[in-house]
Ligand binder design. Structure first.
Ligand code: SF4
Length: 264
């Protein structure tokens, strides 16, 4: 008797997973040197409804949003609406979503019960930015990402020293998820060129000296020659909001006002 794949069950056999770190390494090698939009298209096709873009709708966000819209307008786009954003960002978000025909933008907000318990008067950022970012960004995003195996970020190596070694794909420590950074090797000039080529509208605050835009209370304009992220948490020993930290740094240390992780 001739054995075929069905009889042996081999056709349906699942390959063992390598684990996120090895998978990220393999994916980085496979896609090295390819155009960002090609990588995005392949990954969105391969991961189907298990991939999401996380976008701040900030200074450089239009590039990835535009690419995504050309590949699949139903791609989930997770927008962290912290409740502390500039009015200009909220308007820009609605404008870009309509312009690009994005069909699945999801507003990710802090849980009302968390806010009521930990930041009832909205002043936590004045005394504990780590705790505030955890409450308004990290925790809501972790909850929102639960259904996904991969998320796409807009981070770039040129943005900060903390991002200098950013890989195209990376494993998210503490979870089984993979992160894709399609623009990891793009610099400011390339971003500008792409936006000009495709006639993409800039965030309204860019022309007013904000090359990096976060929450209103924690973002200031940047002077010529300063690091583009110098206006984020200016004067504080803080350069990242915490959503990209991993391992023991994933949950930062929100000691003041008793802000603690309620996430398992
Ligand atoms: S950036 Fe500022 S206001 Fe926004 S979540 Fe972090 S500390 Fe709070």
């Amino acid at each position: 008797m001739t054995e075929n794949a069905n009889e042996t069950g081999a056709e349906n056999a699942e390959l063992p997973r390598l684990g996120p770190e090895a998978e990220a390494d393999v994916l980085s090698r496979i896609h090295a040197g390819r155009e960002a939009e090609e990588v995005l298209a392949d990954i969105l096709h391969g991961f189907r409804d298990e991939a999401a873009l996380v976008s701040s709708f900030g200074a450089e966000s239009a590039v990835l949003l535009h690419m995504i819209s050309r590949i699949d307008k139903t791609t989930p786009v997770l927008f962290l609406e912290t409740g502390m954003l500039f009015e200009e960002t909220l308007i820009y978000q609605q404008y870009l979503a309509a312009l690009f025909g994005l069909e699945n933008v999801q507003m990710i907000r802090p849980a009302p019960e968390d806010l009521e318990e930990q930041d009832p008067d909205g002043t936590l950022h004045q005394e504990n930015t780590d705790g505030c970012c955890f409450l308004r960004k990290t925790l809501p995003l972790r909850r929102a990402l639960e259904p996904y195996a991969l998320w796409i970020t807009g981070r770039k190596r040129h943005q900060a020293a903390t991002r200098a070694n950013l890989e195209l794909f990376e494993a998210e420590k503490g979870t089984q998820r993979i992160k894709l950074n399609p623009l990891a090797d793009w610099d400011a000039a390339r971003i500008r060129a792409y936006m000009e080529e495709h006639n993409l509208p800039p965030h309204p605050l860019v022309g007013r000296g904000y090359p990096s835009i976060g929450c209103a209370p924690c973002t200031t304009p940047v002077k010529e020659g300063e690091d583009p992220r110098a206006g984020r948490w200016r004067g504080a020993d803080k350069t990242e909001c915490g959503i990209h930290y991993d391992g023991e740094k994933w949950v930062r240390t929100p000691a003041a006002r008793g802000v603690v992780s309620t996430f398992p």
